[in-house]
Structure formats: C-alpha cells, structure tokens
Design a protein around this ligand. Structure first.
Ligand code: FAD
Length: 433
C-alpha cells in the first residue's frame, strides 16, 4: 500500500464538524488531512429520510467563515440543500479531504496515532474524531422479542412510507424523529401508534419568533458543559420535538393526537404477540410540559431584561399535553394488524474501528469537553453537549472547533502530553468566524 503518510493532525470524517475543524486548523497553519469513507456530507447523502428538513432555520447553519446568504433565512433546508451547503463549505475552505477512504483502525503509535485506512496508513501527531454521533440507530433489547412477520425498521433505513407494508405501524419514540415519521406515515393512510417515553416539548414559534431564535439569543444554546449540574444526564436528553416546515407549524403530541394517532406509554416489553406499555404516559407528558414552561420562563425573563417588551408578542402558555384518562397498557400486535415497528429510539456513534482504551463499559467515548484525556493529543467533535448545549448542531461546531484547535496547537507545540494546557484556559468562547 506504499509508505505511511504523515500529518500533524488527522481528522476522521468530512461532515460539517470535521470540516469546521479543518478550517480552524488551517487558520492556525496546522497541516492536516480529513479522511472520509464516502463523499463530503456522507451521512446526509446516505442515512436520512426523503422528506427530512433541518429543524434549525437557515440562518442558524453557521460554520467558521461561512453562513447563509440566501433570501430565506427563516426557512428550513431539505436534505439535498444540506448536502450542497456542506459541499460548498468544503470547497470554500479548500479542505484537504481524502474521500472514499475508510478508517479501519486507529491505534497509538509512538507519541501519536496510526490511522489505518483501506487506502493506506496515516500517522498523525494528533487526532480529531469527527466521525459523527449518529452512525447507528439505537435499537432497544425488547426488539429481539418482536414476533416474526413484523418488519423492524430504523430511521436510517426508512426513506418514505412507500417502502412500508400496508397495515399498522408502531413508532417507538417520540422525539424529533419519532413524531416527524409518525405524522408522515399517518398521512400515507396507515394507522399509527406512538410509544412515548421521555421527550422534550417546544413550540416552533413563541411570541412571534422561532424557538431556536429565542434559545440562541437568550444564551440557552451556549450553555457550557462545565456549567450544568449533571452533564452526564444533559448528554442523554432526547432531541426537541420540532419539525422544519414552510408553515412553521408546531408538531407535538397534541398535534399527533388531533390527527388520529394513538399515544401509548413507553414500550416496556413484548410478550408473544402483545406489546406492553408502561403506565408513565401521563407523567412523561406532564414533565415535558413543565420543562417547556421552564424554558419559556427563561425566554420571558431574558426578553424582559433585554427590553424586548413591545417588540415581540406578549408572553403566553400552551395547552397541556392531552392524554387519555387510562391509555391501554397492552396492544395485541396481530389483532391491531401491526406490520412494521419503527425504532425512533435514538442514535449512537460507531467506534468499532477505534483501538484505543478510551471507551467506557457502555462503549461511550470518555472525554472532557472534547479532549480525550486518556489519549493525549486526541479530540472528538460533534457529540451531544460536547462543550455547549448546541455542540451536536451545525451551529455548535464552530465554537467547539475553535476551542479544541487551540488546545491541539498548545499540545503539539509543547510536544509533551503531560504539559498540554488545560482546555479551560482557552475558554474565551471564541466567536464563530
Ligand atoms: C435525523 C437527523 C436530523 C438532524 N437535524 C439537524 C438539524 O436540523 N439541525 C442541526 O443543526 N443538526 C441536525 N442534526 C444533527 C447533526 O447536524 C447531524 O447529525 C450531522 O450529520 C452531524 O455532523 P458531524 O459532522 O458531526 O457528523 P456526520 O455528518 O455524521 O459526519 C461524519 C462523517 O464521518 C464519516 N465517517 C464515519 N466513520 C468513518 C470511518 N471509519 N472512516 C472514514 N470516515 C468515516 C461519515 O461517512 C461522515 O461523513 C440531525 C441529525 C440527525 C440524525
């Protein structure tokens, strides 16, 4: 395969996160390569459903040195538009991307890292893992008890309702993915039941402004990982129930219920032909309503402090989530003609190629704000609440990449892992350029 190639930094993944890091490394004159198993924006090309639009408005897709310059800042990009946007970014920053280069293993090598690929090895003094937080759909263990004859599908396999058998669909999970797919499948004429666990409710528009506008302005998205009480918990919070549509409509459980979709509690088990739901639906919904109202309180406080009163509509609250008095705790899948179960139960990264002792017992990467302390000179990007609440969003990559690129430069300049500056000394919340 030829001689090893060398770079000061080897970045794995050419999604927006790897590219944002590439730009920040270039700004600091750090020679680097970005290794990508497919094409730039591969996840958006190969793992998303047809109708998906970003749930963040166009103005919010800000990357270092790049932003939205179209005439619809409040619109929501379709998947092909996201691909074009990320492609254009890679071109604008002349990112040194090696496409169709799959990383097959990463191991320690001297003071750096050997990154083996299907097109030869790279040696990096430092390493940035930007391979994505959502490579694999999480499927709960209960799926193993699904009766034969019922198709099990994940959101990464799902494209549109045409691929589904006629008959009922059980959507497990009611976060952004679950509610969007439940609504779409229901509109295709198939009866849909949604199993609802913990979820985060928010209106699309509040007081005349997009909820993301409020969360951005009020500093909610900038909340730092070392400022929250329980970061482990914060990193597990499900995605907000939101959808991006031209009508800017809210999609929550009340909307689904009004459409005729059945709501049930968390899927607790499957016994022969019967799905068993927990009795927690009412509590889960009450909790989500409470948390939504807390968010709206924060927004109202910020609006008052900022003197916005009069420029925006007055504060108000939304109807609580409506739940049946005693929703059924069982569903006979055969009798209800359920033909498909869609597991909208979250995503997780794939580190099967990572030969470094940096994973915990559950296979999660140990890191401190993106600094992989057990592997000096190694960093990770794009994970949920990595350094800020917005870290996993397109809009979060810039500030994180700036911080971590500073840390990386300090690390290799000192040439001594033990002396690397702590990232907290680079805390200055560098502005996205
Ligand atoms: C359904 C869905 C909807 C989302 N909607 C929004 C939204 O509206 N707004 C928003 O801001 N964010 C959204 N996100 C979150 C986030 O923006 C995306 O997950 C985004 O793709 C993450 O970018 P990334 O660069 O971190 O990872 P990815 O885009 O996944 O990029 C990682 C890259 O690494 C490559 N790679 C992985 N393994 C290897 C390997 N072994 N060798 C070489 N290359 C490898 C992959 O091919 C991929 O191109 C959404 C996520 C999902 C799943």
């Amino acid at each position: 395969m030829g001689a090893d190639r060398k770079a000061t930094a080897v970045v794995i993944g050419a999604g927006h996160a790897g590219l944002a890091m590439s730009r920040c490394l270039a700004d600091r004159a750090v020679d680097h390569v970005v290794l990508e198993r497919g094409e730039v924006a591969n996840s958006w090309r190969t793992e998303r459903w047809d109708s998906l639009r970003l749930l963040t408005p166009n103005w919010q897709s800000r990357l270092p040195g790049f932003g939205y310059d179209g005439d619809d800042p409040d619109g929501f990009r379709s998947v092909p538009e996201v691909v074009s946007f990320i492609d254009a970014y890679a071109e604008a920053i002349s990112a040194p991307v090696e496409t169709n280069t799959k990383v097959t293993s990463v191991s320690a090598d001297g003071g750096g890292y050997r990154v083996a690929t299907d097109r030869g090895d790279w040696i990096g003094k430092t390493l940035v893992i930007a391979s994505g937080a959502c490579n694999l759909a999480h499927i709960p263990k209960v799926a193993e008890s699904l009766p034969s004859g019922i198709v099990s599908l994940t959101p990464t396999q799902y494209r549109n309702p045409d691929q589904l058998a006629d008959g009922g669909v059980l959507v497990v999970g009611a976060s952004a993915t679950g509610i969007q797919l439940a609504a779409e499948i229901h509109r295709s004429g198939r009866p849909v039941t949604v199993s609802v666990g913990e979820h985060v409710r928010a209106p699309r528009v509040y007081r005349g402004k997009d909820i993301q506008w409020w969360m951005d302005k009020a500093g909610v998205q900038d909340e730092r990982y070392d400022e929250v009480d329980d970061i482990a918990r914060a990193r597990k919070v499900p995605s907000i129930q939101l959808v991006g549509t031209p009508e800017r409509s809210t999609l929550d459980l009340n909307t689904l219920r009004a459409m005729g979709i059945q709501l049930r509690g968390r899927l607790a088990g499957i016994r022969e032909e019967t799905a068993l739901f927990s009795g927690s639906l009412r509590n889960q919904c009450a909790l989500a309503d409470l948390k939504m109202n807390r968010l709206l309180d924060t927004i109202d406080d910020w609006a008052d402090e900022s003197g916005l009163y009069g420029d925006v509509a007055p504060p108000h609250r939304f109807d609580p989530t409506e739940v049946d008095d005693s929703p059924p705790l069982m569903m006979n899948l055969a009798k209800e003609n359920i033909k498909t179960v869609l597991w909208a139960t979250g995503f997780r990264p794939d580190y099967s190629w990572l030969d470094l002792p940096v994973l915990d017992r559950k296979g999660r990467l140990n890191h401190d704000g993106g600094v992989i302390t057990q592997a000096p000179g190694a960093y990770v990007m794009g994970l949920q609440f990595l350094r800020r609440r917005k870290s996993a969003l397109i809009d979060g990559a810039g500030a994180d990449a700036n911080d971590l690129a500073d840390h990386l430069v300090a690390y290799f300049k000192k040439g001594d892992a033990g002396k690397a500056d702590d990232v907290s000394s680079h805390r200055g919340d560098a502005a996205v350029r």
